[in-house]
Design a protein around this ligand. Structure first.
Ligand SMILES: Nc1ncnc2c1ncn2[C@@H]1O[C@H](COP(=O)(O)OP(=O)(O)OP(=O)(O)O)[C@@H](O)[C@H]1O
Ligand SMILES: [Mg+2]
Length: 354
């Protein structure tokens, strides 16, 4: 797609590119009626052209659903439109960076910042889960962070638009680094699928790399189905074990053995943050829901061991929890330093004039 800088799409004057992905290019724009900055995501024409009216309908439906989500940790969708065959979605401009860029630039984030990001993403997923919306593409690129540390999740539901276009010209699908086993298996998704992808994202934030890598998309996808991620605490022994256990539980291959809702995840993250602020060791914190899920997972593991003659299930729906992550030892690590005070969320400042 050629550079659209200075073009007008409806009442949006495109000022400069902000980034691009597989499906679209994103521009900083000025909404002339309200004289405010917005981000305009222009869908690649090939995406729409190849898929015709169906895709257009879905594009509109998804945008409508996403527009219904109003939450401080979710990028607000303002409107959609079409101009000269270009379909676009105008949304809240988040001045800052996405997590993928931050990780590239800074290497690692400190524990307090990671917990702060986790709490806010869980907040976003709480809102979407309640609305019955599955994001489908939770990954560092879709988690935007303002300079004040405010986190906003972008692109709710939009990933679905790319799914039917795999392999078509002009649409390059991302690697399945963050895909849930059920997504890899082409099953129907529910909000727990976002919890898995969120878990994978947390794993990367805490260890510096995603749990599964491979030369091809298939290799990565197969690991989501079959391979237990290396224990987080082995990747980074400094990490509180309780937090490692929490992240591994989000990444359970079987949906029923994961945290069942973002509310549950959020509660446990908040408990850890509170303990950290008090200077208590996170490893001495009891998380009853986590323990209950771990007990369930252990029971399942035992059941599998007893029925070893029967074939191991091959996907994340009916099984595939084996092999398990090593049971994490609870106590013994020194307390983490107290949390750094985090800034209160603020509205993003307008960008400097281009
Ligand atoms: N609302 C926004 N405000 C500011 N920057 C944004 C906004 N939305 C997206 N961006 C920037 O534009 C980049 C490209 O976004 P886009 O959604 O097109 O691709 P992606 O999320 O990286 O991957 P893909 O959509 O292919 O899965 C993002 O990584 C982000 O840096
Ligand atoms: Mg995106």
């Amino acid at each position: 797609m050629s550079d659209l800088t200075d073009k007008k799409l409806g009442e949006f004057h495109l000022l400069r590119p902000l980034g691009s992905g597989g499906m679209a290019e994103v521009y900083l724009a000025e909404q002339t009626s309200l004289q405010r900055y917005v981000a305009v995501k222009v869908m690649k024409p090939s995406l729409m052209a190849h898929s015709g009216q169906d895709m257009l309908l879905r594009f509109k439906q998804e945008a409508m659903m996403a527009a219904g989500l109003n939450h401080p940790n979710i990028v607000q969708v303002y409107t959609i439109g079409e101009e000269q065959g270009l379909h676009y979605i105008a949304q809240e401009f988040v001045q800052g960076s996405d997590l993928a860029t931050l990780l590239r630039e800074r290497g690692k984030l400190d524990l307090a910042s990671i917990l702060h990001v986790m709490r806010q993403v869980a907040g976003a997923l709480k809102a979407s889960g309640r609305a019955g919306i599955v994001h489908r593409d939770i990954k560092p690129e879709n988690i935007l962070v303002t300079k004040k540390g405010e986190v906003k999740v972008a692109d709710f539901g939009l990933a679905q638009l790319g799914e039917n276009t795999q392999g078509k010209d002009g649409v390059t699908m991302g690697t399945p680094l963050y895909m849930s086993p059920e997504q890899v298996g082409g099953k129907e998704l529910d909000p727990r699928s976002d919890i898995y992808s969120f878990g994978v994202t947390c794993y990367q934030l805490l260890s510096g790399e995603p749990p599964f890598r491979g030369a091809t998309a298939i290799q990565i996808a197969m690991q989501h189905l079959k391979t237990a991620p290396a224990p987080l605490h082995e990747k980074n022994p400094q990490l509180p074990r309780t937090l490692c256990r929490l992240v591994h539980r989000m990444m359970a291959k079987r949906r029923s053995l994961r945290y069942q809702s973002a509310e549950e995840v959020s509660e446990d993250i908040k408990t850890l943050i509170a303990a950290q602020k008090q200077g208590r060791s996170l490893d001495l914190v009891r998380l009853p829901r986590l323990e209950e899920l771990e007990r369930l997972a252990e029971q399942e593991r035992q059941r599998h061991l007893r029925n070893q003659s029967s074939e191991l299930p091959d996907n994340g729906e009916d099984g595939g929890e084996l092999p398990f992550e090593a049971p994490a030892a609870a106590a013994g690590t020194p307390p983490e330093p107290a949390a750094r005070a985090t800034d209160r969320p603020r509205r993003p400042e307008p960008a400097p004039a281009p």
